[in-house]
Design a protein around this ligand. Structure first.
Ligand code: PXG
Length: 460
């Protein structure tokens, strides 16, 4: 690997300008200004370099999005060619264009056959905004306009715009002006923390039954849909017990509630299947997509609809009163097309399923299975979480688990690996092109970070 190009400015200069002009995401700006943000200047494959030449193994695929890794010349070429040919046109004015048409042709060849239509957006948040309106529109067309309540989950994450914040279950986000009427929440299926004496299977069913109770409380005639991530990402990479999704699906079907999967993190190969709902074996009515759709090279998201919903909208719906200037943006579509073709044709998703996914999961269990700080290991494919625990037998978590995990994350940066902390969990989700050597490095550096954390706690 080469060292990055000589930067134009000193790191402090970037930091001063950054502090002068930015409010960063999900951080205390004053504290960040005092510390100064890291300035990233280059990416190649799974590696990033900061402005001082320090190299990091990116164990988080950026923000769960760089599925193909950084610096792919073919994606750059796809963007550049499209910019030269048709830099912009829209899907208003009775118009379409080859890039978006070909993207959809390929996307729907990879999706299960019961999906047929997409509404493209610029982000996952927007996909979930469109979801609410589309689902409500669907029920209006079917003569049930009172079916408009959406049910989400506490600690779910569906984005940072107003309605996607409300759909999500992050209370601290709701408190910042982020709640809306006709949105309700049920508990998350986080067995390690909340399962008590129940087995995972019993707890999974119990959590799912909360959906039934909520639907009965609200009246099924008022409930439009249930939205959830197949596994919770930002909420801590929480995998539900196996009993959960079959029961959720049964309840949704029984009460005529649309089942909406947020595949923004799980989509495009993360679990070794193309979409995470395929890993868990259920059949959603809609899929929200973003992130891995373009591997983060350009912003793009979308809402995928089942044939049943799309047919209703198309055949009986009349005018669909929604559109974004950049829906199906040609450059984003061209990049997305090149990206998903590469994921398919280079066998990336298959490799995650058959080789690198099982390899990472096995290594993590070998290395951390008996670690004094780690109580549980969850994950499949190239996504995993280590649950910190004070007492493994009773599943007692540290009172300050968030601080401990944050400390581990900070040590990770010092050791040159980017892993993420949420509550008392360390999360990793490397690019899907990671080979065994890079995964070995990820596990080894994560071990350094977890060991140093354990030493600071006097556990090692
Ligand atoms: N749904 C899910 C499941 C997500 O994870 C969104 C929707 C929103 O997508 P946009 O493109 O609008 O950001 C997301 C985003 C984290 C983290 O720290 C996760 C996300 C975003 C930022 C941080 O894990 N996910």
């Amino acid at each position: 690997m080469t060292v990055p190009n000589t930067p134009n400015r000193q790191t402090q200069d970037y930091q001063a300008l950054d502090a002068a002009h930015h409010i960063h995401a999900f951080l205390d700006q004053k504290a960040l200004n005092a510390e100064g943000p890291r300035v990233m200047v280059r990416g190649e494959g799974l590696y990033l370099w900061d402005n001082d030449g320090k190299r990091y193994l990116d164990g988080m695929s950026g923000l769960w999005c760089t599925n193909l890794g950084y610096g792919r010349k073919d994606l750059v070429a796809a963007a550049s060619k499209q910019m030269e040919q048709l830099s912009y046109y829209n899907m208003f004015f009775h118009t379409t264009h080859p890039a978006v048409v070909e993207l959809s042709e390929t996307l729907f060849s990879l999706l299960p056959a019961h999906y047929s239509h997409a509404i493209y957006t610029n982000s996952g948040s927007e996909a979930n905004e469109v979801l609410i309106r589309t689902v409500r529109r669907y029920w209006q067309i079917l003569g049930k306009p009172e079916k408009k309540v959406m049910i989400g989950r506490w600690n779910g994450y569906h984005g940072s715009t107003l309605a996607s914040t409300a759909l999500g279950g992050m209370k601290f986000m709701h408190e910042m002006g982020g709640m809306l009427p006709d949105i309700e929440h049920i508990d998350e299926p986080y067995w390690y923390a909340n399962g008590g004496e129940l087995t995972p299977a019993e707890f999974g069913r119990r959590c799912a039954l909360q959906l039934e109770e909520k639907i009965l409380e609200l009246g099924a005639e008022n409930v439009a849909g249930f939205i959830a991530e197949p596994f919770q990402g930002a909420g801590g990479m929480i995998f539900p017990p196996e009993s959960y999704w079959p029961e959720i699906q049964r309840i949704c079907r029984q009460y005529g509630v649309l089942l909406c999967a947020d595949e923004v993190i799980g989509g495009f190969g993360r679990t070794g299947e193309w979409f995470a709902h395929q890993h868990f074996g259920f059949q959603p009515d809609t899929l929200s997509i973003a992130k891995g759709l373009t591997s983060g090279y350009v912003p793009m998201g979308g809402l995928v609809l089942s044939k049943r919903i799309a047919e209703t909208l198309v055949e009986q719906g009349g005018v669909f009163a929604h559109g974004l200037t950049y829906s199906g943006h040609p450059v984003a579509a061209a990049v997305a097309l090149a990206n998903i073709k590469a994921l398919r044709d280079e066998g990336v998703v298959n490799q995650v399923k058959d080789d690198t996914g099982p390899y990472l999961q096995q290594c993590l269990r070998e290395v951390f299975g008996n670690h004094p700080l780690v109580g549980d290991i969850q994950g499949t494919g190239l996504v995993a979480a280590l649950q910190f625990a004070e007492d493994k037998t009773s599943r007692k978590r540290f009172a300050n688990e968030g601080d401990i995990a944050w400390r581990c994350r900070t040590i990770g940066f010092e050791e040159g690996v980017i892993i993420r902390s949420t509550q008392g969990r360390m999360i990793m989700a490397p690019a899907l092109v990671a080979g065994r050597t890079e995964l070995d490095e990820l596990v080894a550096k994560t071990k350094l970070a977890v060991d140093r954390t354990a030493m600071e706690l006097g556990l090692l």
